[in-house]
Design a protein around this ligand. Sequence first.
Ligand SMILES: Nc1ncnc2c1ncn2[C@@H]1O[C@H](COP(=O)(O)OP(=O)(O)OP(=O)(O)O)[C@@H](O)[C@H]1O
Length: 295
Amino acid sequence: MDWMKRSRAKKQQRRNNPPSEASPAVSLHGAACAYEGKQAVQPLDWIVQPGEFWVILGPNGSGKSSLLGLISGAERASAGGVNIQGRPLAEYGRRELARELAVLPQEGLPPLGITVKDALEMGRFPYRDRFGREPDGAAAQALLTRIAERLALTELLSRRLDELSGGQRQRAALGQVMAQQPNVLLLDEPTAYLDIYYQLDIMELVQQWRAEEGLTVIAVLHDLNLAAQYAQRLLLLREGARVAEGRPEEVLTPEVVGALYEVMPPIRVGHEEIGVPQMLFRAQSAKNGKRPGSE
Ligand SMILES: Nc1ncnc2c1ncn2[C@@H]1O[C@H](COP(=O)(O)OP(=O)(O)OP(=O)(O)O)[C@@H](O)[C@H]1O
């Protein structure tokens, strides 16, 4: 596919620094995250292989965002460690890490007064020198043009972010992380504020990018059915600990999902077209808005 061809600079960087064939894209070795002594993520061993699409599921407060934070370096491990492409996260410089790993946040890009074109160009920061120049500026511009075309952003390039809808801003955010050309993409509830059209749109674009470029994807989602449609593997967290891991059809059983979210075991049906499990939830008896065991 040519719309996301690696720039020459990126290829050169890969030749100089090839990821070891045997290295997982991301690995955690007893990695934990604590805030003021309170464990948000219990010590976790976890291997994510290159090109895999993982979704992390779990109830509110189960440590999903903290786990993403450990991987992106936004949170420091209180125990254990995280490796990216087989190398300790702590050894990466900021720009070097940004060439390996990008984060697409929940709210996309903030509604600032900068244009979509500027936002895409900002994605190139890990490849620029201190004067803001790239070794091959023409290739970078061609890449941004292809990304804009691919994401149907060409018409919006001169529009300001604060003039876009939430769905368009999330597309622009995706364009920015594509411009970053990472090997690993972290998504924290990327569809939280989007209608169904844009939810599917973002997930499809990420899925295509993964299929064409061998991108590794780790996403936090709340929608189990969306997760089952796109994830190859699921990691289920509760109170910061893994309760299950595996393919959607293995993991998403009514019993596991019922226990995870403290709801009646849902009805499991197969997706008519792709066969993956889909969950139909039953009405709950009123619990005064309080989960058993919650504070
Ligand atoms: N900056 C912080 N300071 C203190 N405690 C925090 C901080 N961030 C998260 N926590 C706590 O860590 C635990 C895990 O939070 P985290 O945001 O990782 O969960 P989550 O599964 O992503 O939740 P949600 O689904 O609601 O986004 C929670 O108890 C939360 O209150």
